[in-house]
Design a protein around this ligand. Structure first.
Ligand SMILES: CC(C)(COP(=O)(O)OP(=O)(O)OC[C@H]1O[C@@H](n2cnc3c(N)ncnc32)[C@H](O)[C@@H]1OP(=O)(O)O)[C@@H](O)C(=O)NCCC(=O)NCCS
Length: 141
């Protein structure tokens, strides 16, 4: 997790600017976050983005689910599911029919439970010679 933080796992400020990124708060603490995107980037924070993040065409392209994380103390309480359902509702309203995402191996089981199917598996290199296994997943709304 440590070498992935800040690069693969980082804030994509474009999602905040677009108003498509959500947090779940308990008193003053953020215990979960996640969002959706109408732009091309599939994963990663500001640190690994390059160039313009073009807007997608809802008639032709799949919307993205992006960066869903829940504090371990609040795991399996339905927090990520509530974020995902909120995102899927907004994606439908924006006119998209398909959704696509890149999941970590822990995320894979969560998305499978919400009817996302597995696609291509790949790895991205991280600092200090490690790599992060990821899987592309898709769903028709
Ligand atoms: C993946 C993650 C976001 C799930 O968050 P969560 O709030 O615990 O998930 P939910 O409670 O909403 O789970 C909903 C359903 O998904 C499935 N699910 C979630 N986590 C699972 C796991 N670790 N193993 C198997 N199924 C799982 C279950 O069916 C669960 O329903 P149930 O608890 O009634 O059985 C969280 O574990 C996390 O932050 N992981 C690390 C970061 C990460 O990998 N994020 C994904 C990036 S793409």
């Amino acid at each position: 997790m440590e070498p992935a933080l800040g690069s693969a796992f980082g804030v994509d400020r474009q999602l905040i600017c677009d108003g498509t990124y959500f947090v779940v708060e308990r008193e003053v603490q953020i215990i979960g976050c996640g969002g959706w995107s109408k732009r091309k980037t599939l994963f990663g924070g500001d640190a690994i983005k390059t160039g313009m993040d073009m807007e997608l065409d809802p008639k032709r392209d799949s919307a993205r689910i992006r960066a869903c994380f829940v504090h371990p103390a609040w795991a399996r309480c339905g927090i990520a599911l509530s974020i995902l359902e909120r995102c899927e509702k907004a994606i439908r309203l924006a006119g998209f029919r398909d959704v696509e995402l890149v999941a970590t191996l822990t995320g894979e089981l969560f998305y499978e439970a919400s009817c996302y199917s597995q696609g291509v598996r790949f790895e991205i290199p991280l600092a200090n010679g490690l790599s992060l296994p990821l899987v592309r997943m898709v769903k028709q709304l």
